[in-house]
Design a protein around this ligand. Sequence first.
Ligand SMILES: *[C@@H]1O[C@H](CO)[C@@H](O)[C@H](O)[C@H]1NC(C)=O
Length: 143
Amino acid sequence: MYILSSNGYYHFYVLLTIIFYVIELAKSDIGTASRYSPPYSPTTCFGNDPTQFPSSNLFAAAGSGIWDNGASCGRQYLVKCISGSIEEACVPLDGPIQIRIVEFAENIVSEASSPIASIILSNAAFQTIANMSISVINIEFLQ
Ligand SMILES: *[C@@H]1O[C@H](CO)[C@@H](O)[C@H](O)[C@H]1NC(C)=O
């Protein structure tokens, strides 16, 4: 029915556009982020290669949920702070930050401190989106 008139075409593409955006939104995950401190090298992904770290120092360790058996190395994620244990947990920002995976969370965090966060951010990355007086935040993230 939709495709019989030119107006129908319009409705069809509006519908497709809406479906596209709903799918895009649905891809974004909710999780937690903690932070880790230097020394950052050698990493599980790239060893001592100094070029692995973005100049912004916005990088992170992948939790087991996104580690993907090492396939996540080098992947970029958009990370947004949602909330934390204090009211000023998140730094107000226009948008999410982009981080690069260089490490496996289980290789830098002792099993005692479980449950391991979805993503463990470099101090620089954590500091960009959250208050350093806390160590865990709730995040929205998207590859
Ligand atoms: C961080 O949180 C503390 C309370 O724990 C607050 O006093 C401080 O103003 C916050 N810093 C920022 C930059 O929001």
